[in-house]
Design a protein around this ligand. Structure first.
Ligand code: SAM
Length: 285
């Protein structure tokens, strides 16, 4: 594919998150056509680019040098150079370096051109089977347990679908904390090794996902995204569970007793359950 590269532009270019077939033809043409590519880990990117027969010179841009190096790169762009920004995998500046360079480009009047492609957050969201109408990307939770739990607490009432990135060695602990704090019954999806050979996408209640991952070491390998239904889903799930419990109890017990037991089992309010019981029982014959 032919692409005319614009002088003085910064191309923010997505690369595959696993399957190499996911680099777009436009992405490849840009990477082959720019003067230089700023990459998080130049060794890793050199291997990736060689696979696509791209041999553009690389310059390192990572979290430790981004503040220092960005002004120099912007200067080269202002002098008419062309630059692509990539990260190790996926879309640059999404839980990855690049945000400082892009912000500076805007401040200095340098044109920023995104070349869209894979990002684990959107990939997981598209296949999660939960509401995608409104969502909040939370990136990585804090690594320390106390801070992580406090952050999850702060999200307890969030009605939007929540998306988290997580490292393999913290996956089990994070799922356990999410289940404990947001509720074991909250619907969630674990999306692991997306676009790779061992891709696994499982939708279940948070508590069941936490148990599954704790019990099976294979589920803690590789990269993972956790998608959690919002607090509204939680309430809907709780209401569904209460309705099921009440239906069963009403088959065996008088109405008042069924309501009292359903309230004790599910934690739902007695008045609401009483109304529901009247609805379920239907008009008296
Ligand atoms: N910039 C990247 C993007 O656009 O997705 C994200 C980089 S972030 C440093 C790495 C995290 O992204 C991983 O810990 C994991 O949570 C998620 N991730 C990346 N690739 C993934 C994949 N193939 N399957 C599942 N999660 C992935």
């Amino acid at each position: 594919m032919e692409v005319s590269i614009e002088k003085g532009a910064l191309y923010v270019t997505a690369t595959p998150i696993g399957n190499l077939g996911d680099l777009s033809p436009r992405g490849r043409a840009v990477l082959a056509g720019v003067d230089r590519i700023a990459a998080e880990d130049t060794r890793r990117s050199r291997a990736l680019l060689a696979h696509f027969d791209v041999h553009t010179p690389l310059v390192a841009l990572h979290e430790h040098n981004e503040f220092r190096r960005s002004p120099q790169l912007i200067e080269q762009l202002r002098a008419g150079g062309t630059l692509a920004l990539i990260c190790d995998a996926g879309t640059p500046s999404i839980s990855d370096p690049g945000g400082r360079l892009v912000a500076l480009a805007h401040e200095q009047g340098v044109r920023v051109i995104p070349i869209p492609g894979p990002s684990a957050v959107i990939c997981a969201l598209s296949a999660c089977g939960l509401s995608t109408e409104r969502f909040a990307f939370e990136g990585f939770l804090p690594a320390r347990a106390a801070a992580r739990r406090a952050r999850i607490e702060s999200l307890r009432g969030e009605g939007r679908t929540l998306i988290f990135y997580e490292a393999p060695h913290r996956l089990a602990a994070t799922l356990r904390d999410l289940a404990q704090i947001l509720g074991a019954g909250r619907p969630a999806t674990l999306a692991r090794e997306l676009t790779k050979v061992f891709e696994t996408i499982r939708r279940d209640a948070l508590g069941s996902l936490a148990e599954w991952v704790a019990a099976d070491a294979d589920q803690r390998k590789g990269e993972a995204v956790i998608v959690v239904g919002g607090a509204a889903d939680d309430r809907e799930a709780a209401a569904d569970a209460a309705r099921r419990v009440l239906t069963l109890l009403l088959e065996e017990l008088p109405l008042k007793r069924a309501v009292a037991l359903a309230a004790a089992i599910t934690g739902e309010g007695r008045n609401r359950l009483y109304e529901l019981a009247l609805e379920l029982r239907g008009p008296l014959r």
